[in-house]
Design a protein. Structure first.
Ligand code: FER
Length: 243
């Protein structure tokens, strides 16, 4: 895990991002990349603080359960002062601005500085809460950039589903995996349920991963554990709890 900096033309600052590279990382290989996003009160360190993603990926890769991948944990609050300070709700609009920072500043930096397979089918986006909404919004509306999408406990920043999926056939053709998770005690579950209704109605493949948690780090680390084993490979070792 390495904390690096990149120049953001979108924000006009130098921004911090945590990057995990797998054991034995070598520039003679090209790696797929997961962009992993945080919640309203978090920053580039949030996943590192509660989930120990380096140990999680090291172990899953060693066990042959996850493929070798780079995991990028940026700061999804695209504004000059991007610390989670004061009234964190006031920074909600900056989570939308991050779409441009991600696509135009961060991804090109990662693909220049690391040995990355730049095919859309080797790029994933996932996140928790505000980062779950960002995963829906940025993933589904930029299918030329992302094929694997994992929104966990998506927040009210999630756009209306008609805006996310204006073209049902395109979504069916382009999405490799849409892996939606939420705790059944999470007050925000209606947001994910609403998207799911549309997916079912239009027969768009997806995984619906609901567990007994609320809006909490246990749900998110567990979701990362299950989702990451589905990434960039066809197997779906998913613990499904019917809803
Ligand atoms: C809201 C409720 C929750 C909201 C955002 C959140 C922008 C985000 C929560 C989180 O990221 O944990 O009404 O509005």
């Amino acid at each position: 895990m390495e904390l690096i900096e990149y120049e953001s033309k979108t924000v006009g600052t130098v921004r911090k991002v945590n990057v995990y590279t797998p054991p034995g990382y070598s520039s003679s290989k090209k790696y797929p990349v997961l962009y992993l996003l945080h919640g309203i009160g978090g920053d580039e360190t949030e996943w590192v603080k509660f989930a120990n993603p380096a140990a999680l990926f090291d172990n899953l890769i060693a066990d042959g359960k996850a493929v070798e991948m780079i995991v990028v944990m940026p700061n999804g609050r695209a504004q000059k002062n991007d610390r989670a300070e004061g009234n964190v709700m006031a920074s909600a609009p900056a989570f939308a601005v991050f779409e441009k920072d991600l696509l135009e500043d961060l991804i090109p930096t990662i693909e220049k500085q690391f040995s990355v397979d730049v095919d859309r089918e080797k790029r994933a986006i996932a996140g928790l809460s505000m980062g779950g909404g960002q995963s829906f919004n940025f993933g589904l509306r930029n299918l030329e950039s992302f094929a694997w999408i994992g929104p966990f406990s998506a927040a009210p920043n999630t756009k209306p589903v008609q805006e996310l999926i204006p073209d049902v056939q395109l979504a069916k053709d382009k999405i490799k995996l849409l892996w939606i998770s939420c705790g059944n005690k999470d007050g925000l579950i209606r947001i994910s349920q609403n998207i799911r209704q549309f997916l079912k109605k239009h027969q768009i493949d997806h995984v619906w991963h609901v567990d007994e948690h609320g809006h909490d780090p246990q749900h998110w680390s567990s979701s990362l554990y299950w989702f990451s084993q589905c990434l960039f490979q066809d197997k779906k070792p998913v613990k499904l709890i019917a809803q």
